[in-house]
Structures are given as C-alpha cells and as structure tokens.
Ligand binder design. Structure first.
Ligand SMILES: Cc1cc2nc3c(=O)[nH]c(=O)nc-3n(C[C@H](O)[C@H](O)[C@H](O)COP(=O)(O)OP(=O)(O)OC[C@H]3O[C@@H](n4cnc5c(N)ncnc54)[C@H](O)[C@@H]3O)c2cc1C
Length: 468
C-alpha cells in the first residue's frame, strides 16, 4: 500500500507527489496522459508558443517602420505546429520536477488512461492498474465547458487548434474570457477573419473596466469584430464552407458564419468518471471538489489541489496548492492556503495584466487614489513604436498601500510581475516611486505611475525618478 497516491500529473499533481516523496512518503503519481498536464501539453506552453508566433508576425510587420525592408510574413501553420510540439516536448524533457520526482523515488504511471475510485482507498484504470493508498490527492484539473444547444457538436475548443492542418479563413470565437480572447487574438494575427462573441457587456470581464475597454478597442483596431452583449445562441448548423451560428438578441434573430466556431465559455472541474462518491468526496454546486483551508475534501484522507478545486485556475496557484496538499497528505492538515498576491496576465495583442483589486472593487471598499500613465507618454514605448496602452495604479489614500495595478499594452504581463513583487513586499507607493528603475524600460512605467500617485498624496517625489 502507498502512503500517498496522487492522481493527475499537471503542475498541482507533480508538486504534490514531489512534496510527499520529499517528506519520505511512499508515493505513486498516476496520470491519464503525459507528464506535465494541461500546462505543458494543452494550455500555457503551447498557447504561449502560438502567441509568440503571432508576436513575431506583428514584429515583422513593424520592420519597415525602422527602415528594414523584407517581404510580408507568411505563416506555415503545419511548421508552426511542429514548433509547438518541439517546445512542449522540450519543456517536459527539461522539467526539473521530472528529475526530482524520479530522484525521490515516486512511482510514476504515465499515459495510463482515466483513473476511478473503486473504494475510499483504492483507485483503478480500465487497463488493469489498481493501487491502494492511505491518502489520495486529486489533481485532475479542468475541462472546457460545452454548450448544450442543437449543433453544439459542430463547434471546436482551443484544444482543436493542435489538430488543424491550416489556419481557417474565418472563425467565430464564442466567449470573451481569457481563453477566448487569446484564441481570437492569435488567429486574427495568423490571418483568420475573427468574430468574437461575448454574452456579457464586456470582454475579459474579470479585468478592470478600463482594461476590458482598451482590449476591445485594440482588438477592433486589429480587425477582430468584437460583439459584446450579443444575445443567446439558439443553434449551430453545418454549411458548405463551415458552420453557421443562429442567435437571438432582444427577440431578433441573427446569424454568423465562418469556417470554424470555437467555444471558450468557461472551465469546469474534470471529475466526471472519477466515481468520487465511492471515496465520499463531495463537489460544490459548480462541480468543483469542495476543500477546506488545508485542501482536505469531505473525505478526511483525500485532498484536492489545482484547477479541480475551482479557485484561481492558474499554473502558479496549482503549484502552491500541490505543495500544500502533498504536505498535508503526509503530515496531516498542518499547512493552510496563504493569502497571496496573484498576478494574472494574458498574451493577447494588446497584452493585458492585473494584480490586486480592480478600480471598481477598490472604490467600493477603500478610500483610494488612482494614477494612470498612458503608453504614448513613456520613452521606451515610443522608441519601440508600442504606444497603445496604459498602466493604472490603485492606492489606498490613508495607508499609501498599493491595492492594485492594471496594465494594457506591450509587456503588460512582465510589468505586472514587478508590481506584484512590490505589493508582496508591502512597499508603499511613495517607496516604489523612489526606486530608480532602469531607463528606458517597460517596467519603468511603474516608477512614473507611482510618482503620479505620490504627488496626488502631496508627498515629495524625487524628480530624477520621473522618467520611464
Ligand atoms: C488555453 C489555456 C491557456 C492557459 N494559459 C495559462 C497561462 O498563461 N498561465 C497560467 O498560469 N495558467 C494558464 N492556464 C491554466 C493552467 O493551464 C492551469 O491552471 C493548470 O494547468 C492547472 O494545473 P492542474 O495541475 O490543476 O491541472 P492540469 O494541468 O489540467 O492537469 C491535470 C492532470 O490530470 C490528469 N487527469 C485528468 N483526469 C484524470 C483521470 N480521471 N485519471 C488520471 N489522470 C487524470 C491529466 O492527464 C493531467 O495530467 C491556461 C489554461 C488554458 C486552457
């Protein structure tokens, strides 16, 4: 019998298994597919590789502005997919975790198909693998939510991008959250005529309102047809050239047609087929596994970590969860989930990123000042010809605490990392304003925006740091 069995080898499962092994527990890691999970094989790594290709296309189009004469870039999608596979493979091969997992003696069962519970302590696969564990950590991640309208089977998800042989001439993207926005932005850059349909009033709805507006504006400028508040989908039908979406808005019928329709309408827990009831593990009303602050489920010997718990569904959070669940599976519930600064970003064109509270949420709960610097006034963005965007800082007036930072534009995600470090380190805004950030850099905008906030607080700002 194993001390700990971990199900799923994404970021959460790999770290949970490594931690349990490190603590001396006899540990098994069992996973349906390849080591690395969604992050390495179907999520951030391959999608970021496509996004990098999209960026190279953009960069190539800018060459003329700097006096470099070349022809218009032409994408060979099949070659790009080869590169995606190469990158995913390299990421898996160079995963430091894999070596460490092997070094601590974790038994890894890869590509063994879906696992299900047979009884509270036993798991099995259709292929005949059966393992018993004193403690079990479930890290099976999430899956795309599917539409339930007639013809929904005619739609694709982001995962089907890897099976396309060429870039579709036109695409409907349904859902303007993080994944839908990325799909729309990438395939628009590759030359697809993209229509992005979002049921709510604004795309990327979990972002600050100014960010949503700027991203929608940037998308429209680059040729994406953004349709917010578009109504409800009635059905999909096959057409000679692809697919037709029938929808209604305020009683009026509408249609949209394209070669391919991709849905990105949310992410649900990947628990179907696990037979959780046999282990006494309960899910919440959204289907995610219910956990307490120690990531323990309703069955005291079973823990869950990562996307399957439905909290912030990002790779770094999955890694942290994995460490906590691995620790608690071995030592008992001793380590709880800390409150953390959590930067979130997306590699669209324009990029956008956030950390902390949005302006609306901050205004509802705090006495705040808002500082904003537009990218058309900062030196590096002017040098690089990337002047669309802004950086916004939200500061609590009485304490000078930085509550949030929101960025749209070139290197937004990297800028958010610097803001996150400042926030995690508890820097006051006037302290951030005094750091002589390198010039001319993208992150330098943080010095400018912090100086602007500091001035609003009637505090002194050294003039020499006001360059970016
Ligand atoms: C398109 C896209 C882009 C993303 N971009 C980013 C990004 O830029 N940055 C970021 O931080 N996050 C991003 N994410 C989210 C990130 O991929 C997830 O948060 C992260 O992978 C969650 O890790 P996990 O270990 O919980 O689950 P996963 O990585 O999903 O791993 C789940 C594992 O469980 C296994 N499994 C599933 N069911 C079973 C079963 N029944 N039996 C056995 N094994 C099973 C799978 O094979 C897999 O190994 C993105 C996601 C998507 C979809």
């Amino acid at each position: 019998m194993f001390d700990v069995i971990v199900i799923g080898a994404g970021p959460a499962g790999v770290v949970a298994a490594l931690r349990a092994g490190d603590l001396g527990a006899k540990t098994a890691l069992v996973t349906r597919d390849l080591f690395g999970g969604m992050a390495a094989n179907d999520g951030p790594v391959p999608v970021r590789t496509l996004a990098h290709a999209a960026r190279l296309m953009r960069d190539a189009r800018q060459l003329g502005q700097y006096g470099i004469r070349v022809g218009a870039p032409v994408l060979d999608y099949a070659l790009l997919l080869e590169r995606v596979r190469e990158v995913s493979c390299a990421v898996r091969e160079h995963s430091a975790f894999r070596q460490q997992i092997d070094d601590v003696g974790v038994v890894v069962h890869e590509q063994c198909g879906p696992v299900r519970f047979v009884d509270p302590h036993t798991i099995a696969t259709a292929g005949g693998l059966e393992l018993e564990g004193k403690h079990i950590v479930i890290c099976t991640g999430g899956v795309s939510r599917q539409l339930s309208v007639p013809g929904a089977e005619l739609t694709a998800t982001h995962s089907d991008a890897w099976k396309l042989s060429e870039v579709p001439p036109s695409m409907l993207v349904i859902g303007g959250g993080a994944t839908g926005a990325q799909v729309a932005s990438i395939f628009n850059a590759f030359g697809s005529k993209v229509q992005l349909f979002h049921a709510g009033p604004r795309i990327v709805p979990t972002e600050d309102e100014d960010v949503s507006a700027a991203v929608a504006c940037g998308f429209r400028k680059s040729g994406i047809e953004v349709r917010e508040n578009f109504g409800v989908i009635d059905s999909f039908e096959k057409t000679p050239a692809g697919v037709r979406m029938n929808f209604s808005h305020n009683g009026e019928r509408g249609i949209a047609e394209a070669a391919l329709a991709v849905t990105a309408i949310g992410w649900i827990a990947n628990t179907a087929g696990l037979d959780l009831h046999k282990a006494g593990v309960e899910t919440d009303n959204r289907g995610f596994i219910e956990v307490d602050d120690f990531l323990c489920t309703s069955a005291s010997h079973v823990f869950a970590a990562g996307d399957v718990t439905g909290r912030l569904m990002l790779a770094p959070q999955a890694v942290h969860d994995g460490f906590i669940a691995g620790t608690n599976a071995v030592k008992g519930s001793t380590m709880d989930i800390p409150e953390q600064v959590a930067p979130i970003g997306s590699f669209t064109d324009p990029e956008y990123a956030q950390v902390g509270l949005t302006e609306a949420r901050a205004r509802a709960t705090h006495d705040v000042i808002i500082a904003k610097i537009n990218f058309d006034t900062t030196t590096r963005t002017i040098i690089d010809g990337r002047t669309d965007g802004f950086c916004k800082l939200i500061v609590e007036r009485p304490t000078r605490e930085i509550l949030g930072c929101h960025i749209v534009g070139e290197r937004a995600v990297e800028i958010a990392q610097v803001a996150s470090v400042a926030m995690a380190g508890g820097m006051r805004v006037d302290e951030l304003a005094q750091v002589p950030l390198s010039f001319p850099t993208y992150a330098g905008v943080l010095g400018r925006v912090a100086a602007s906030a500091t001035r609003q607080l009637n505090l002194r700002v050294p003039s020499e740091v006001e360059i970016a």
